[in-house]
Ligand binder design. Structure first.
Ligand code: PLP
Length: 430
């Protein structure tokens, strides 16, 4: 079936912002740090602005605006659930972010759960699991192909003791942008009775995520990476581990019956429905509404067209970087492995912080430098730098990451390629 092409990028807020250069001039800002936080889609902002006059307390009041906001909050839940292909009995909990969502699930693991996680994951997916003393973490080595990832998981699960098990895996790496074989990993996990939580922080803004089709048990994502920077994230999936778990926050809303007396102290019966039990306090209705608006906008644009456009930009960026002497792009699965619009690289002679600063000061381009909250992966990818000819770089081993998406005009990618070419040729300032 032919793919419709989106020739122009989707309108985003901030497109008119001009960045000051060190010459004293200014240029249109090129936001190429979508993997950290993407700009708000104009459609999201328009919907939020239209909603705000109707804003009222959610699940708390009998007044008209309270009822309207409650209705819109619950409709937003249904919209995001449909966007993620949730099964009819899946729960969808609004959280603050992917980090928040994975921590929530970590608090709901059954006693004795064995969690399997690749060493290549973002810290949000690496760190939460054993904090409650109920789970043991098995750290899987970095694979060099998607097939090897599946084989590594299979071997680890084959040796695991009986009992509850969970695999936590990213859909797309926040360092290399590479797509992980989520459906194959989830199927392998399932064949050993293990469950899977998908860290979709980087996948959801770039590819459709369908919980049922992927065969995963939970999905976590962040609104601020999905063009909806209003403080909401999501954990969606199976209710059975979440319903009996300690409420994520203790407070109003999550509590069904509360009594307090000097003699008996404070006693509480918690709600069991995960959306109620784990959403104590006044919910972030604006964030939830914005996330739903982003889902509507992405669905309206259509992922096939968005992906086709992103792949064209990605090809021109990767070609431009490959043609620039001294540039090394980071990857795990290979140069041509499928990836989203996230590209990390180093430039011979340049310390990455200085390079990122030069991209900003001289070209008005915003990228990120560092280890991207994935220290083990970046350090492993950069570890052989001294041996492959790039060892003339002083300063700590770090990389620069350029990331883009539905709101990125062609000119931003063209400017980045030209800037890296010029900076690589000129070398760092003395
Ligand atoms: N997982 C991945 C793959 C990420 O890239 C990030 C953030 O960069 C996170 C999790 C954490 O997301 P947040 O900071 O929104 O909680």
């Amino acid at each position: 079936m032919p793919v419709t092409t989106v020739s122009a990028c989707l309108p985003v807020l901030g497109a008119e912002v001009r960045a000051p250069l060190d010459t004293g001039e200014d240029v249109p800002y090129a936001a190429l740090d979508y993997a950290a936080s993407a700009p708000a889609l104009r459609a999201v902002w328009d919907e939020v602005a239209a909603f705000l006059p109707s804003y009222g307390s959610v699940h708390r009041g009998a007044g008209y605006l309270s009822r309207l906001s409650t209705e819109l909050f619950e409709e937003s839940r249904a919209t995001v659930a449909a966007f993620l292909g949730c099964r009819p009995d899946d729960a969808l909990i609004f959280t603050r972010s992917t980090t928040d969502s994975l921590n929530l699930l970590a608090g709901a693991l059954p006693e004795g759960c064995q969690v399997f996680v690749f060493a290549t994951e973002h810290h949000a997916a690496l760190l939460p699991w054993d904090r409650h003393g109920r789970a043991a973490v098995t750290c899987l080595p970095a694979p060099s192909t998607p097939e090897q990832a599946v084989a590594i998981l299979r071997a680890a699960l084959a040796q695991a003791a009986p009992g509850p098990k969970l695999l936590c895996v990213t859909g797309a790496s926040n360092v290399t942008g590479e797509l992980w074989p989520v459906a194959d990993l989830a199927a392998t996990a399932r064949s050993f009775g293990a469950r899977t939580v998908l860290d979709a922080a980087q996948l959801a803004p770039h590819r459709p995520v369908d919980i049922a089709a992927l065969g995963v048990d939970w999905v976590a994502l962040s609104g601020h990476k999905l063009y909806a920077p209003f403080g909401a994230g999501v954990l969606a999936g199976r209710a059975d581990w979440l319903s009996p778990a300690e409420p994520y926050l203790a407070g109003g809303g999550a509590s069904a019956v509360v009594s307090a007396s000097p003699d008996a102290g404070v006693e509480v019966t918690w709600h069991t429905a995960p959306e109620v039990r784990h959403e104590a306090g006044s919910p972030n209705v604006v964030g939830a509404y914005a996330l739903a608006a982003a889902c509507r906008a992405l669905d309206a644009a259509g992922f096939p067209a968005l992906v086709a456009r992103e792949e064209r930009l990605l090809a021109s960026l990767l070609t431009g970087l490959a043609e620039t002497p001294g540039v090394r792009v980071l990857w795990l699965f290979g140069q041509d492995a499928p990836r989203v619009g996230v590209v990390s690289f180093v430039v011979a002679g340049w310390e990455s912080g200085a390079l990122a600063r030069a991209l900003s000061d001289r070209y008005g381009i915003g990228v990120r430098d560092g280890l991207f909250c994935a220290h083990p992966l970046v350090q492993a990818l950069l570890g052989d730098r001294a041996e492959d000819g790039d060892g003339d770089c002083d300063g700590p081993l770090k990389a620069v990451r350029a990331s883009f998406g539905a709101g990125t005009p062609d000119e931003h990618i063209e400017r980045l390629v030209r800037a890296v070419r010029e900076l690589a040729a000129a070398g760092p300032p003395d």
